[in-house]
Design a protein around this ligand. Structure first.
Ligand code: IMP
Ligand code: MG
Length: 181
């Protein structure tokens, strides 16, 4: 194993744990104001959104259900014809329910577009989207999240659920990974 001390490979902290905590609290208030008394289903995209989901749902004092959808993209992640496959399908019935889709990062927008198309097939009453990070500059699908934690530049980030090669998800902050030298 190479020397893989996590702290050494994170170049800098982009969003601190405290800043995340504060912003998640604000998002909860915005979402609550919109969802009112409804009993929503929160649908989180595996795996990157789970830490965000865990913090977000604990801000709610009303009944809600949550479920996961697993998606994986094949190809290099940059080609427009790329296929997105479901590795876990929905298991909660969302027909007639208000749905909040939660994801970690909105990048090109292809994943979220595919998931929204999939969810529509089940006849939800409404679908709203909440992303922790928005890399606006990289978007190639016309999609606008209803709730955004932070807009960031075109940098590869890890931590707070987000990974590089399935690692760094456990970091309590969002960091920029040092490029390989
Ligand atoms: P999109 O389909 O291009 O919008 O891809 C969004 C997905 O790519 C996110 O849900 C993440 O899983 C992944 N992703 C995009 N940028 C990053 C990053 O900087 N770090 C970790 N994962 C990323
Ligand atoms: Mg993801």
């Amino acid at each position: 194993m190479p020397n893989d001390n996590v702290e050494k490979r994170v170049e800098r902290v982009l969003v601190s744990a405290e800043a995340i905590r504060q912003r998640v609290g604000e998002l909860v208030e915005l979402i609550k104001a919109d969802l009112g008394e409804s009993d929503p289903v929160v649908v989180a995209l595996l795996k990157g959104s789970i830490v965000f989901l865990a913090d977000l749902i604990r801000g709610f004092d009303r009944p809600l259900a949550f479920d996961f959808v697993g998606v994986s993209s094949y190809g290099d992640g940059t080609s427009p014809g790329e296929e997105i496959a479901f590795t876990k399908e929905l298991s909660v019935d969302i027909a007639g329910r208000h749905v909040l889709v939660v994801d970690d990062i909105l990048d090109t927008g292809r994943t979220l577009r595919r998931v929204l198309g999939y969810l529509e097939m089940f006849g939800p009453a409404s679908v709203r989207t909440c992303v922790l990070l928005d890399k606006r500059a990289r978007r190639d699908v016309a999609i606008e999240p209803d709730y955004t934690g932070f807009e960031i530049g075109d940098e590869f980030v890890v931590g707070y659920g987000m990974d590089f090669a399935d690692r760094y998800r456990n970091l309590p902050y969002i960091g920029v990974l040092a490029r390989e030298r």
